[in-house]
Design a binder for this molecule. Structure first.
Ligand code: DX5
Ligand code: ZN
Length: 235
């Protein structure tokens, strides 16, 4: 199984979000995007409290793990990530990203709780959270997830105003010479990928942009990968 820390940070990695997949055939959908070139798979966990929507929890992920070897890039949009970290790790998640805004307990304790499960650790920022809020934690995590929509739903419009934040965080990662994935999530497709890559995000979540691409998932993923040539060009 791949470890997130072994993945390159200098090329585009594609993480299709299963939120836009057929939930009745989830494991087949994961196999389909893997065969089409996806690097990891994005699992959006929502609790109806931190965000106004519900998706799935660790039992579903446990079933998917039996069918797939892909790296499960798990995005916890839940109020109490530390409380459930062990359950998600035991279900087969490799990586857990929690929200800086969840305020369950001090951020350092949540990082430690996830680390203890053996999963790699990510922190996500909602659109209103400033880039500097992540700076104290940059050296202790493996991934930063910048939301380019308000978390909760797939198929929303990309927020261009998050690109300055993306560039600020990427510059800080480069300045400190850290091997950290900079991931962006929300409204990213063949049209918006260019600006995302140019502003420094190299791990790309895409739900509608992959599963709903008219020319098929393989063409969608290839288009996203193609933006490696633009990576960091607007920094
Ligand atoms: C939104 C989720 C996203 C969502 C992305 O809260 O975190 O991962 O599935 O979907 P698209 O790519 O359709 O915006
Ligand atoms: Zn997500």
């Amino acid at each position: 199984m791949i470890d997130l820390r072994q993945l390159a940070t200098d090329r585009i990695l594609v993480s299709p979000s299963v939120l836009s997949a057929d939930f009745g055939r989830l494991s087949e959908e994961i196999d389909r995007v893997e065969a089409a070139g996806a690097d990891v798979i994005h699992l959006d966990v929502m609790d109806g409290h931190f965000v106004p929507n519900l998706t799935f929890g660790s039992p579903v992920i446990k079933s998917l793990r039996k069918k797939s070897q892909m790296l499960f890039d798990t995005h916890l949009m839940i109020s109490e990530p530390a409380r459930y970290a062990q359950a998600f790790a035991s279900a087969g998640c490799d990586h857990l990203t929690f929200h800086l805004e969840c305020s369950e307990r001090p951020t350092g304790e949540i990082i430690d709780a996830i680390r203890q499960t053996g999963c790699t650790v990510g922190i996500s920022l909602k659109p209103a959270t400033p880039p500097e809020a992540i700076f104290p934690w940059l050296d202790r995590i493996d991934l930063i997830l910048i939301m380019t929509v308000e978390p909760g739903f797939g198929g929303q419009s990309f927020m261009t105003d998050q690109m300055g934040k993306c560039a600020t965080i990427k510059r800080e990662i480069l300045r400190r010479k850290l091997h950290v994935q900079l991931e962006a999530d929300g409204g990213i497709d063949a049209q918006t990928i260019g600006t995302v890559a140019a502003h420094g995000a190299n791990m790309i979540v895409s739900g509608t942009g992959v599963f709903g691409y008219p020319e098929g998932v393989k063409a969608a993923i290839a288009k996203l990968h193609d933006a490696t040539k633009l990576l960091d060009s607007a920094l």
